[in-house]
Design a protein around this ligand. Sequence first.
Ligand SMILES: *Cc1c(COP(=O)(O)O)cnc(C)c1O
Length: 396
Amino acid sequence: MTGSDEGGRRARRPATGVVQAGRDPFAHHGFVNPPVYRGSTVLYKTLESFEKRQARYTYGRRGTPTSEALETAIAGLEGGARTWLAPSGAAAIATALLTFTKAGDHILVADTVYQPTRRLCEGPLARFGVGTTYYDPTLGAGIAGLMRPNTTLVYTESPGSLTFEVQDIPAIAAAAHAGGALLAIDNTWASPLYFKPFAHGADISIQAGTKYIVGHADAMLGAVTVTEPLAQTLVAEAGGLGICAGTEEMFLGLRGFRTIDVRLERHWRSGLEIARWLESRPEVTRVIHPALPSHPQHELWKRDFLGASGLFSIVLRPCAKPALAAMIEGLELFGIGASWGGYESLVLPFDAARTRSATAWQPEGQTVRLHIGLEDVADLKADLEAGFARLAAASR
Ligand SMILES: *Cc1c(COP(=O)(O)O)cnc(C)c1O
């Protein structure tokens, strides 16, 4: 990567950006980090200034120097104009969908989205008169055939939850825009570092900050980022919905953000090394990792992404449930649990067929999602290898 020269000033690289963004030490007596502002009421000196809301910050829910610091940092790294923080990734998705749809609209949603996104479409959105059609995430430009006159939003998630289909975002964005619709993306997997949604045609990007931004499995956080033309609407609607993140959570988001570049590089490198090793294991029939040449949309990943995170899935040779349990329950370094993006490794068996309606999912055997944490790769391999030995013993 080379830094470009803009007006004589070299554009800074991401590793520098994540350290610098949203910080102004001398606005805070020289302290390196912005303090946590806890506040609801903001005081005004005069009646007139209160009536006209002449203040940089008007009310706790509408933003504080703490929220502004993290919002500025995320917007900058994703390449959007404005970010609004939400109390969770799910709340960020709800904020985006409720803000940018209205009764009578039709939206297109990738069949492989994060499952609670579907619940949102089938619950509140349906109740408020927004219709959803789920589509094959690998459709690319073919999405044009699903656009209706009232299609106002195309929702993507790339790669898809659990099964990691990479979407052709520029082609889908072009089709969406040609039909007068907005392009939204859940960009959590790549984090704001490894996929630049706005450079690829997105209008709205969602981050489950809970994952790699917080990065330590110790807080829930979400972010919606939009382009300039949508910024005012986002701020007005999210504020009206009462969406605001907790002060401690925002601080933890800022804390995590400072190290996202070094952490992600390690998640990427370790994840890929283990993915390659798993491809050579007789117990594994398929490794689903966008950065592997065997991945069906590997070329798209290579074209559009700047890196990979530590999350991918494997398909095991068919085995009985007790054998799978013996393998997984005995793991010492991989915890069984939802969520991911922390420093620790995780393992999660899943059944993606239950959360699809527009595409088939018939894997050869049990499917398992892995999050490769920051532990030593040799130790992680040894742990998995012992797991495979338990699997074999229990299958005999
Ligand atoms: C975890 C996750 C979410 C939801 O985030 P929460 O903070 O857990 O609400 C949304 N999208 C994706 C892709 C996720 O992995």
